[in-house]
Design a protein around this ligand. Structure first.
Ligand SMILES: C[S@@+](CC[C@H](N)C(=O)[O-])C[C@H]1O[C@@H](n2cnc3c(N)ncnc32)[C@H](O)[C@@H]1O
Length: 180
């Protein structure tokens, strides 16, 4: 069964690499930073599109989903507005509006599953509540988890927030695969 992914805010391709390792087909992804093209295309088999997510429409994404059994829209919107480090140094960030753009594109492209990864403090920001409420209104089952990265073999002491929104029912997180 083919599971196709489109990724927003794709950066250097860490998330795409993980999806490919898990056997998913990443069809396309979008980022505004041209420096991301080389590492992205070098390390993954997916296509890089230099586009601002705010200018995308659902139809741009839906065309990559054509013929796929299961579709996934994934994105790690920039985390600077929510991280404790950048809040100390830059209070003027307004990039959290990109979370609303992500929700808009879920609504317009109607994937079976939406996936988000970000820093833990996002969970306590009103924009996260708005994001999950928006997806729930679209009839997604929304679940989020706190992930301790070393528990899954990542050689970093990071903790992350991951969110799954699915039309099929709640998506659970399997337990730790590694002992830190
Ligand atoms: C947290 S990084 C993504 C990391 C990526 N998921 C990975 O695994 O490597 C956020 C990315 O969002 C991109 N970005 C910021 N604003 C954007 C916008 N308006 N449209 C598209 N991409 C944007 C940045 O250039 C950056 O590469």
């Amino acid at each position: 069964m083919s599971i196709s992914v489109v990724e927003l805010f794709r950066g250097a391709g860490g998330l795409t690499y993980g999806f490919e390792q898990a056997g998913l087909l990443v069809k396309a992804g979008y980022d505004i930073d041209p420096e991301c093209r080389f590492p992205y295309e070098h390390n993954t088999g997916a296509r890089f599109f230099l586009r601002d997510v705010q200018e995308l429409e659902g139809a741009d994404i839906a065309e990559h989903f054509f013929g796929s059994a299961i579709t996934v829209l994934a994105g790690c919107a920039p985390c600077q507005p929510f991280s404790t480090y950048s809040r100390r140094y830059d209070d003027r960030q307004s990039k959290w509006l990109l979370m609303q753009e992500f929700a808009r594109l879920v609504e317009e492209s109607n994937p079976d599953i939406a996936f988000l990864e970000n820093v833990l403090p996002l969970k306590f920001h009103p924009v996260f509540k708005k994001f999950t409420a928006h997806l729930a209104r679209l009839n997604y089952f929304v679940k989020h988890y706190r992930v301790n990265c070393p528990d899954y073999g990542v050689p970093q002491s990071r903790k992350r927030l991951v969110l799954f929104a699915s039309k099929f029912g709640e998506i659970g997180l399997f337990g730790p695969t590694h002992t830190p």
